[in-house]
Ligand binder design. Sequence first.
Ligand code: UD1
Ligand code: CA
Length: 464
Amino acid sequence: MPDTHVVILAAGQGTRMKSSLPKVLHPVAGVPMVEHVLRVAGSVRPSTITLVVGHQAEAIRAALVGRQGLQFALQVPQLGTAHALQQAERLLAGRTGTLVLLSADVPLLSAAALRLLLETHHAAGAAATVVTAVVERPYGYGRIIRTGGRIVRIVEERDASPAERRVREINSGIYAFDLPPLFDALRSIATRNAQGEYYLTDLIAVYRRRKLPVDALIVDDPREIRGVNSRSELAEVSTIMRQKKNEELMASGVTIVDPATTYIDPDVEVGADTVIHPGVVIQGHSKIGSACEIHAYVRIADSELADRVTILNFCLIIGARVADGAAIGPFAHLRPATEIGQGAKIGNFVELKKTTLGAGSKANHLSYLGNATIGANVNVGAGTITCNYDGEKKHETVIEDGAFIGSDTQLIAPVRVGKGAYVGAGSSITEDVPPGALGIARGRQINVEGWAERRKSTAAKTKT
Ligand code: UD1
Ligand code: CA
């Protein structure tokens, strides 16, 4: 196989998005559009990847800093797709092989389709191969014009005659080109069209005139080449991407009760026999084990659940790790750097942050546990609060194995409750409780005998 060079166009303004964020940074299923395209580009192991940027070039560059092997070409001003590709010429000087042209706003293209493009291109010995699709609604796309079955040119929607507009074969904006004749041919493109731009699509007619062989590859699944120009197309493309992810997970043994309302980002992993109920959102780099059950209306982001974990309804779990067999919720909030031990239980209206809860421990009701290290088999009573913040700094609470924290306790950090110790309900604990001790810190109760009766008779006297 000759060398492959990928060029991705991302310099356009994306006017139809009506956004201050560059179009190609809008997320599709949680991942920026351009990132999807870079990933598929990487799948063909190209010698170079060039991203053509222009409109909001700095924002795009900044979003992609540190990416290995990515070079940028700057297009200022933006005079059309042919002009955009020309900006890559200098960076590819002296290179040979095949140039694959991708659009940063066509994020669903699969690695398989891209591989097929290269294979078809080489097998046919074409100088240019265009990826096309036959669709029900061709509106907005360039149309493929054929004579005698062979592609002769591409006409843009705005420049098409009524008859040409009826053509249902569309241009995906994805091409393979042999490098040697490409940049010279680009120079002969003019701007005689409705938008006054240099259209890359005109290259097909140029090639035909120059007797360079042109081929087209019709993709099986037209969904793969959907372009994003508006918010509505952004939503459509995200839906397709989610459907694909859900189908993949179901094929691998995950039960998704209602795929239409289940939002799982592409990088999420889920083990077999896990059941996911409606309205669940799993984002980022989350990893869910097998035989877990995630009930309705839960959001999990960048978190890890081991096997057999149950998440009851309406939980928010971000940057947390939950060990085997633990149960969370309903209405629990696990914030970053929370670790829940094996078989542990977190109940309703419990919030944890930067806290480790050991194996078999429980915090079943209405608690805030922050900056705490809690051992195994600890019982945290209802309404327990670690007072971790003094207005300036955060302080640590340590609760050792087997301790019992009575309900409605405030643990004023820094503080330590020793192994097997008890804390009486309603305590404000300001000092360490030694192992095995009982710590109790609340006003001592007094009972005033006959008080109620006396109060009534005083009240009767003042009335008369
Ligand atoms: C383009 C194609 C159309 C095809 C469609 C597929 C042309 C003239 N038209 O139309 O045939 O059906 O894609 O999605 O090529 N860009 C630049 N610099 C520019 C202009 C655009 O880098 O000066 C980039 C854009 O950022 C975008 C891509 O090129 O990533 C396509 O541009 P866009 O304006 O979206 O073209 P379409 O109208 O969608
Ligand atoms: Ca487009």
